[in-house]
Design a protein. Structure first.
Length: 133
C-alpha cells in the first residue's frame, strides 16, 4: 500500500485543449493502483486550475481548507489539497473516460499508442495505434 503525490503536468500551449492532460491523468490513474499497488493519490491545485472539474470526475475530493505554500520560484501560492482512494470500482469509470478521450483524439486525426492497450485486459480493444497527425 502506498501514496502517490501527483505534481505538475504541463502541456505546451499549442497542444492545449486537445485532451493530452486528461489522457495522461487517466493513464496514470490506471497504472497506479493495478501496477504500482498505490492505494491513495494526492494532489494540490490552485483554486482557478482549469482541470479541477476533470479531477473531480476522476474522484478526487478536497481535503481541508486551501493552504498557502511556496512553489519555487513563486511564494504564497494558494492551493487546495485533494485526495483520491484508488479502488477497483473507480477503474471502470477511468477506462470509460480514457476510451472517450482516445475516441475524441481519433476524431481529430490523432492516434494513441499505449501499453495499457497491449497489457491491460480491462482496456478497450482497438485503441492501439501511434501518435501521429
Amino acid at each position: 500500500a502506498g501514496v502517490a503525490e501527483l505534481t505538475r503536468s504541463v502541456v505546451i500551449t499549442s497542444w492545449r485543449r486537445v485532451g493530452l492532460y486528461r489522457l495522461a491523468m487517466l493513464e496514470t490513474m490506471l497504472r497506479l493502483r493495478r501496477r504500482l499497488h498505490v492505494t491513495t493519490a494526492t494532489a494540490a491545485v490552485e483554486p482557478e486550475f482549469c482541470g479541477r472539474h476533470f479531477l473531480a470526475r476522476l474522484g478526487f475530493e478536497p481535503v481541508g481548507d486551501p493552504v498557502l505554500f511556496d512553489d519555487h520560484p513563486r511564494q504564497g501560492t494558494l492551493a487546495q489539497c485533494l485526495q483520491l482512494p484508488l479502488t477497483v470500482a473507480l477503474e471502470k469509470r477511468w477506462h470509460d473516460l480514457r476510451a472517450h478521450e482516445v475516441t475524441g483524439l481519433a476524431s481529430r486525426g490523432y492516434l494513441v499508442e499505449s501499453d495499457l492497450d497491449a497489457t491491460d485486459g480491462a482496456a478497450s480493444p482497438g485503441l492501439h495505434s501511434a501518435v501521429a497527425r
